[in-house]
Design a protein around this ligand. Structure first.
Ligand SMILES: [Zn+2]
Length: 220
């Protein structure tokens, strides 16, 4: 049976996150929300969204504090420390025990722009789990057409880790349709992640982590 894990990045958004949570609840599906620290601190409505997600059993992860520049491109590089630690602090006690962290990809590409040496050190010493992805259907720039791309990824992969966004003008419009399709096609919808999307797991790095850190390899 093919597996699918769903993740929602860039929230919380007081208008859109509740819509996404309603749809997931209707389908009885649990996911992970990767939250931006600044958005969490925007006000009580944003915090209520995060709390509601955690109370429902969704996992909450860290998606940097400002979501401004991919950490591998930060100048000065030491800024990566605050990007990770401030957001983690803002997540408070609702955070997952494995300290889930998803780097900002700047359009979803994988590569050495995702982390730098400072970020690597903070994540490994701090016992974080770095959660990448293998499916980016680009819901944020195509809120209608993403569905067909997501379906194609799910059919192609044994275990798709899909990145969607709980922000305005992204996945919400066709999310119900996607979940209905996953169930009709008998996908196993899981909350955990495929190992090959976790270059750092509870602080322990795999060799694949080197490919995500700026300056470690010169591309072949
Ligand atoms: Zn993002």
């Amino acid at each position: 049976m093919k597996r699918v894990t769903l993740t929602f990045d860039n929230g919380p958004d007081p208008d859109t996150t509740p819509v996404v949570l309603d749809i997931l609840e209707r389908h009885g599906i649990l996911a992970t929300f990767f939250l931006v620290g600044e958005k969490l601190r925007a006000g009580p409505d944003a915090q209520a969204c995060a709390q509601r997600a955690a109370d429902a059993g969704h996992w909450l992860g860290n998606h940097t504090d400002t979501h401004g520049t991919p950490l591998g491109l930060l100048d000065p590089p030491d800024g990566a420390r605050a990007e990770i630690i401030r957001a983690q602090f803002s997540l408070g006690t609702a955070v997952h025990d494995d300290k889930l962290f998803r780097p900002f990809g700047g359009g979803g590409k994988l590569g050495p722009h995702l982390l730098n040496e400072t970020a690597y050190e903070v994540l490994t010493r701090g016992g974080y789990t770095c959660v990448l992805w293998n499916s980016i259907p680009r819901d944020w720039d195509d809120p209608v057409g993403w569905l067909e791309r997501a379906q194609a990824h799910c059919l192609d992969l044994d275990w798709a880790l899909v990145v969607l966004h709980d922000i305005p003008g992204a996945c919400a419009e066709r999310l119900d349709e996607f979940l209905t399709w996953l169930k009709a096609e008998d996908f196993e919808i899981r909350q955990d992640f495929p190992d090959d999307c976790l270059p750092i797991k509870c602080g322990v790095a795999s060799p694949a982590a080197d490919d995500m850190v700026a300056g470690r390899h010169t591309p072949v």
